[in-house]
Design a protein around this ligand. Structure first.
Ligand code: PMV
Ligand code: MG
Length: 358
């Protein structure tokens, strides 16, 4: 066995958030050029795992009904272990003899001082680990296999999301993504081997690489306050029941909006893309009001309004509640003043570019 290495990029949502948790509802995402790298080197008798996620990341906890609660879905280390588990099960089913190794994780996705930007380190650590181990065992690492094994790992940690983050870390670039029928996959886990599940076509799963118009410029602003996606998704799930009719309407509208946005990408029509970004922001705002879950915080609102004042189309990215906002501009517009205004509003321009593996 030789030393191998695999990387996976961070991600950001552009549109379609929350609705994308339901199978068949598309979202738009980008992969960004900050990476998480996994190195695997052979060892003799003892294996080791080195990860900043394990040794130095503070364990997050919240208080719920007076009790201290640790949400294991927020600890990337669980995803790392699940990724190893599922990839090794798959390798064994392919007739591979398992062996010992040292596994090292290096990440650019959280700042050196441990700040969380919300760029999807749980997804990146899973995708990079699956890729590295498939390589280590000399198995083909096709994108669709890496995606499916990573999803199975996340399902085992009871992740409540859409797995769009895994799609972005796997396929990279600008992506349209719809999640698969989660119940169908869960049932297959009881009756099929891992290899057999990954060989099947998963109902409703859709992923398509998009090419943005030349003049499109994406800016990413960070509000400085980290948000918990798992918690926000749980909150929306709990609150939507009382307003199910409204939520169904939101799902329908979001799907139509993102489908028009995908068409606008195919037509390279920046103005139409921007119009759908504004529309999606409005749909999320209505859903937030209906469920009472805060998505566009005051800082994200300021970020959007400043971008709008410079002819940009902006919205919160991902679950909202903090983290990042995205803004789309025509490249010809001078954005120096905008960046200065963001600075004055305590919004940090993250110097990220979209990363597309060729
Ligand atoms: O906050 P982020 O960037 O992890 O995005 C979450 C997006 C949601 O649609 C709200 C949840 C999901 O997993 O798709
Ligand atoms: Mg987030």
């Amino acid at each position: 066995m030789n030393q191998v290495e695999a990387s996976a990029p961070g991600k950001l949502y552009i549109a379609g958030e929350y609705a994308v948790v339901e199978p068949g509802h598309p979202a738009l995402l980008v992969a960004v050029d900050q990476f998480l790298t996994v190195k695997v080197t052979p060892s003799e008798t003892v294996g080791t795992i080195h990860s900043s996620h394990y040794s130095s990341t503070p364990l997050q906890w919240r208080r719920k009904n007076g009790k201290l609660v640790v949400d294991e879905r927020e600890n990337p280390f669980h995803y790392l272990l699940a990724a190893i588990d599922f990839t090794e099960k798959y390798a064994k089913e392919c007739g591979t003899a398992l062996s010992m190794y040292h596994l090292i994780v290096e990440s650019e996705l959280d700042s050196a001082s441990g700040l969380k930007y919300g760029l999807g380190s749980s997804a990146a650590v899973t995708v990079a680990t699956v890729r590295a181990l498939l390589k280590y065992y000399g198995l083909p690492e096709t994108d669709v296999l890496v995606f499916k094994l990573s999803v199975l790992a996340h399902l085992s940690v009871k992740s409540n999301g859409s797995f769009g983050d895994i799609a972005a870390a796997t396929y990279t670039g600008w992506l349209a993504y719809s999640s698969f029928d989660r119940e169908w996959v869960k049932q297959k886990i009881n009756t099929h081997s891992i290899k057999a599940i990954t060989d099947l076509d998963w109902p409703a799963f859709m992923v398509e690489r998009l090419t943005p118009p030349e003049e499109l410029k994406l800016l990413i602003g960070w509000t400085g306050s980290p948000a918990s996606t798992t918690d926000l998704v749980d909150q929306v799930k709990a609150k939507r029941e009382a307003k199910e009719e409204n939520y169904q309407q939101f799902l329908k509208n979001s799907k139509a909006c993102v489908e028009r946005m995908i068409q606008a990408f195919r037509a390279k029509d920046l103005k139409a893309i921007q119009a759908e970004i504004r529309h999606n922001r409005h749909l999320l705002k209505e859903m937030s009001e209906s469920t009472g879950v805060s998505i566009e915080t005051p800082a994200l609102k300021a970020l959007c309004e400043t971008a709008e004042a410079h002819n940009g189309a902006a919205k919160s990215s991902g679950a909202g509640g903090g983290d990042c906002g995205i803004a789309l501009f025509d490249r010809k517009i001078d954005l120096l003043e905008l960046v200065n205004t963001w600075k004055a509003q305590d919004i940090t321009l993250l110097p990220l570019q979209v990363y597309a593996r060729s």
